[in-house]
Design a protein around this ligand. Structure first.
Ligand code: SF4
Ligand code: ZN
Length: 715
């Protein structure tokens, strides 16, 4: 007779609890109750305990208290469906206990960097990185694959099948070894994450999901139903569990189902199907289709005629020197990419021309050169959209497996892997990609598109000179685009699918906080669909030009936020600042002892003089809420003349990580020269090498005679 599903959940939960009991007792014996406990690079403590118990665990003793509560209140034994679900969450918390104690001795129990054996805990920065691709649908969903596939080949096929559909893949258990044996590239950037070998590693995935709910959705710790509601409505995740499914997996599955994540399995023993939640599909070859259907995920498919896989999941793929066939290098040779507008009769749609020798004639490992000319026509095409489309080239080419693209304009660098070449990838395929994606994504603007891929060195030299003249004209046009010179701004509400109350106002001098939406991007998005994510905001009724308040803007945010926001200023961080969703590139926060602000970018994991890391500062704001004194923003906003204009502008910046200074320094110096007639302003800004606390910060900026010291008090 089959064992009842309830009993399987109960037994599995008991198994996890027993394991947690053991791990906790050992840790207590070794470290004592006062031992600090902290997951690395997060401001959300043990996120599952915070989410479900509203408990901020900082010591082993507090973890013990949490565990007592888990056993007493989260492990009911009644045979009601709700109790089985509740036990599922209890199982997740027990799992978090087992994993958390591993981080007492070290922040890296599974090794360091991208090559670590297992991924374990994911940082807040990694959670935030998912923001933009989730809202744009570039990541249509998540799959958690548990246990061992019938064969190594099938394991790789399933993983790659999801990857090529851009589904984010988490692996738990023996499938990780199978993937390794098959040479599957695994890390967070290629969206295949080997979380860990045991069932309790699921705690890290649930932690990621719960932090997404807090970061993007402003879900309040302890409000268990709100977390379920968020994950159910907004996180399109599901589970694939290979037979034989153990009780401990069933217990986790109970929690997953309560979160709205269906479980698909081929286990027919001791498993009962539950419509839409627990689905038995014996043919594992059909899992992808069954799973996408169960979670209602519809994929945008672009048919592209190329011999390699194509998916946003490959955007973060790195091609090392040893794996590359050729290195197209704009820093050493004549290269460029150039999008230009033509008359309709000058373009033959879908014509792709390779001018010069093809890539298979290049000696293996050699440096080489290439230029891309993309010619477009369309009734709604505008010259202003050329740079918008040109910047898409970087993303599109990166989506191809075995192709890596960095840089822009005449400083591009493109690597083609040996594997891609062997699969038949040639120069013409760059054109196929650009054609298919541009026409697919911007069909209401682009009617016709033709692409020239140039490799002939003599031609490249002349064409590059021509392209450079165009870049100069464009830069002059961009310079002339100011908040005063344009007639309209735009809203962007793309992030509302995760941050329901958040609205960005995008202006020429203030791009969206994700760094991905400039005023021209918003304009192009609006052109494609005037009722889509970017709507026009007029600016007929200015109320305050220092703070940056317009009645039209207020009306727009009220409408777009469904009444949860009444007023925003565009140029102040202290008074009604713009809200943050969670996917901001940088966070800035006021630093009282210097009368300035500290800015930190997402990539920086160290401390700031505020005594907070990026994650901790970032957790001060988000979820579409206004938080005076803290504000998320894009990197490029730092050198805008409108950055904190109401409080004195970029002169307030007293600290930034060194890498960020290097990235924007030249442009910030130019702005400071124009605004304040200060030379080398960036050299007056402290970084992690000179200061990580208020005392040394004050000493540094005093010595430099930093202008923030002379400005009006911030508070
Ligand atoms: Fe999200 Fe704002 Fe970027 Fe739009 S501009 S995608 S709302 S962060
Ligand atoms: Zn966002």
């Amino acid at each position: 007779m089959k064992k009842l599903l309830f009993n399987r959940v109960f037994d599995g939960a008991d198994e996890m609890v027993a394991e947690a009991e053991k791990a906790l007792a050992e840790a207590l014996k070794k470290h004592g109750e006062a031992a600090p406990i902290k997951m690395p690079n997060t401001a959300y403590f043990l996120a599952n305990h915070l989410a479900y118990q509203n408990r901020k665990v900082t010591t082993l003793g507090e973890l013990k208290q949490g565990f007592e509560e888990t056993k007493a209140e989260w492990m009911p034994r009644n045979q009601r469906l709700g109790d089985a679900f509740r036990r599922g969450f209890g199982t997740f918390m027990a799992a978090e206990v087992i994993e958390a104690v591993k981080y007492i001795d070290t922040a890296t129990p599974y090794g360091e960097g991208n090559d670590r054996e297992y991924w374990g805990h994911m940082s807040d920065a990694e959670v935030r990185e998912l923001g933009v691709p989730l809202v744009t649908g570039d990541i249509p969903g998540f799959v958690v694959i548990v246990d061992e596939a019938p064969s190594d080949e099938e394991a790789a096929e399933l993983i790659k099948g999801y990857q090529s559909r851009a589904i984010f893949v988490f692996l738990i258990g023996k499938i990780i070894d199978q993937a390794r044996r098959m040479g599957v590239n695994m890390n967070f950037s290629v969206r295949v994450v080997p979380v860990g070998p045991e069932r309790w590693h699921v705690a890290h995935i649930i932690s990621l999901v719960n932090r997404a709910a807090m970061i993007f959705g402003n879900t309040q710790p302890g409000d268990h139903n709100a977390f379920d509601d968020y994950t159910f409505k907004r996180i399109r995740a599901f589970v694939n569990a290979f037979a034989p499914v153990r009780d401990i997996t069933v217990a986790c599955g109970g929690g997953a189902i309560a979160m709205g994540f269906p479980v698909i399995t081929n286990d027919t023993n001791d498993t009962w199907p539950v419509p839409k939640s627990l689905i038995i599909q014996e043919d594992t070859k059909d899992w992808i289709e069954t799973s996408l259907e169960a979670r209602d995920i519809k994929l945008k498919v672009t048919k592209i005629d190329i011999p390699v896989a194509f998916s946003t999941a490959f955007e973060g793929e790195i091609i090392r020197r040893a794996d590359m066939h050729c290195d197209i290098d704009g820093s050493k040779l004549d290269c460029f990419e150039w999008v230009t507008t033509k008359e309709a009769n000058e373009i033959e749609d879908h014509r792709i021309e390779v001018i010069g020798p093809d890539i298979d004639t290049i000696a293996e490992g050699a440096r080489s050169q290439m230029g891309f000319i993309v010619e477009l026509s369309g009734k709604n095409m505008q010259k202003d959209f050329e740079p918008v489309f040109e910047r898409r080239i970087h993303h599109y080419l990166n989506y191809a497996e075995g192709i890596m693209h960095t840089g822009q304009r005449d400083l591009i660098r493109v690597r083609v892997s040996k594997t891609a070449l062997a699969a038949g990838f040639r120069a013409r395929h760059f054109g196929e990609i650009l054609y298919a994606k541009l026409k697919g994504d911007y069909d209401s603007i682009i009617d016709k598109c033709q692409v020239k891929v140039v490799t002939d060195p003599a031609l490249l030299k002349d064409l590059k000179a021509e392209a450079n003249k165009v870049y100069e004209t464009r830069d002059a046009r961009l310079q002339s685009l100011t908040d005063e010179s344009v007639e309209v701004f735009y809203t962007c509400i793309l992030c509302q699918s995760f941050s329901p109350a958040h609205v960005c106002i995008v202006t020429p001098e203030r791009l969206g906080l994700c760094g991905a939406v400039s005023w021209l991007d918003a304009k192009a998005t609006n052109e494609i669909d005037p009722n889509g994510s970017c709507k026009v905001v007029t600016k007929k009724e200015p109320l305050d030009d220092v703070l940056g308040i317009w009645q039209d803007v207020n009306d727009a945010v009220q409408e777009a936020s469904h009444g949860s926001l009444q007023q925003v200023t565009l140029y102040s961080i202290m008074q009604d600042p713009m809200t943050s969703c969670g996917c901001f590139e940088c966070i800035c926060g006021i630093e009282p002892s210097t009368n300035g602000v500290v800015i930190v970018n997402r990539e920086h994991s160290g401390q700031t003089p505020l005594g907070m890391t990026f994650s901790e500062m970032a957790s001060m704001t988000g979820g579409g809420v206004q938080t005076p004194g803290f504000m998320g923003h894009g990197k490029q906003f730092i050198y805008s003349k409108k950055f904190m204009k109401a409080e004195g502008g970029p002169a307030r910046i007293v600290w930034m990580p060194k890498a960020l200074k290097e990235f924007i320094g030249a442009r910030l110096d130019k702005t400071a020269k124009e605004l304040y007639n200060i030379d080398n302003f960036t050299s007056m800004i402290a970084d992690e090498e000179v200061s990580q606390d208020p005392e040394s910060l004050v000493a540094f900026v005093s010595e430099k005679g930093h202008p923030a010291l002379q400005l009006e008090p911030l508070m």
